[in-house]
Design a protein around this ligand. Structure first.
Ligand code: ATP
Length: 234
């Protein structure tokens, strides 16, 4: 569905991704794991076209995506739920949600989709008129996911959705990601919470210093000695 081939990505003169290749298959949950600074967020930002690869290509269903503007990536159905949520704190929850459906089919269907988001996250409906900055961290993460859903995505890319949340909320967010996937949305997930994500994903890639160094099913990687030592503290 999404094919990343041999991309090199730089911040200015600093190269942070080296010849990175991987693919995301339709309907799967794919996880990228790696230590801090390995380049996971940079990959997601590059797919979203917030960064442009210096070489290599990104294809979605056979068509080139790299060098297209970010709004076109969203219109293609690829949405990014960023680390830190990036909501508008002084706008209401519902206004933030509607920011996810500003054009095309998503705009035409926004009331219907909003109903669906409220069904998934009843707490957002209860707080729909509340200023977003006053929500708890978990509720803000729900709002960020809800805003992503408002654009009717085919692929949702989550960057560290569990960051800073209490364990009970982490479970809730992962459960929601599974449910969104079961409703037909392909998931690309970047997480520090390696144990949990390997148990819920179909496949995973391991990144080290900007390079892909390992690939496998979640089950296989969870029992790999190097992965256990580096990420699971076993
Ligand atoms: P983390 O979990 O800490 O976010 P990550 O695997 O997502 O880690 P990236 O955020 O993609 O890693 O960072 C990869 C490398 O790029 C790091 O060395 C980081 O310091 C560097 N980097 C990230 N953002 C920038 C930036 N805006 N300018 C310069 N260097 C950056």
């Amino acid at each position: 569905m999404l094919k990343i081939s041999n991309i090199d990505v730089f911040y200015g003169d600093l190269q942070v991704l080296w010849d990175v290749s991987f693919e995301v298959r339709e309907q799967e949950i794919l996880v990228l794991i790696g230590a801090n600074g390995a380049g996971k967020s940079t990959i997601i930002r590059t797919i979203s076209s917030l960064l442009t690869p210096k070489s290599g290509s990104i294809e979605f269903k056979g068509a080139r995506l790299d060098h297209r503007p970010p709004h076109e990536i969203i219109q293609q159905g690829i949405v990014h739920v960023p680390e830190g949520r990036r909501l508008f704190p002084e706008m209401s929850v519902e206004e933030n949600l509607k920011m996810g459906s500003l054009c095309g089919e998503a705009k035409a269907k926004r009331f219907e989709t909003l109903e669906h988001v409220y069904e998934l996250f009843p707490r957002l409906e209860e707080r729909k008129k509340q200023m977003t900055g006053t929500l708890s961290g978990g509720e803000q993460q729900m709002a960020a996911i809800g805003r992503g859903l408002m654009s009717l995505p085919k692929i949702m890319m989550f960057d560290e959705p569990s960051l800073g949340l209490a364990p009970i909320l982490v479970q809730e967010i992962f459960e929601m990601i599974r449910r969104i996937n079961s409703e037909g949305v392909t998931v690309l997930l970047v997480e520090q919470n390696v144990k949990q994500t390997l148990s819920m994903c179909n496949r995973a890639y391991v990144l080290e210093n900007g390079r892909v160094v390992m690939e496998g099913s979640g089950v296989d990687l969870a029992s790999d000695e190097k992965v256990k030592e580096a990420f699971l503290g076993i």
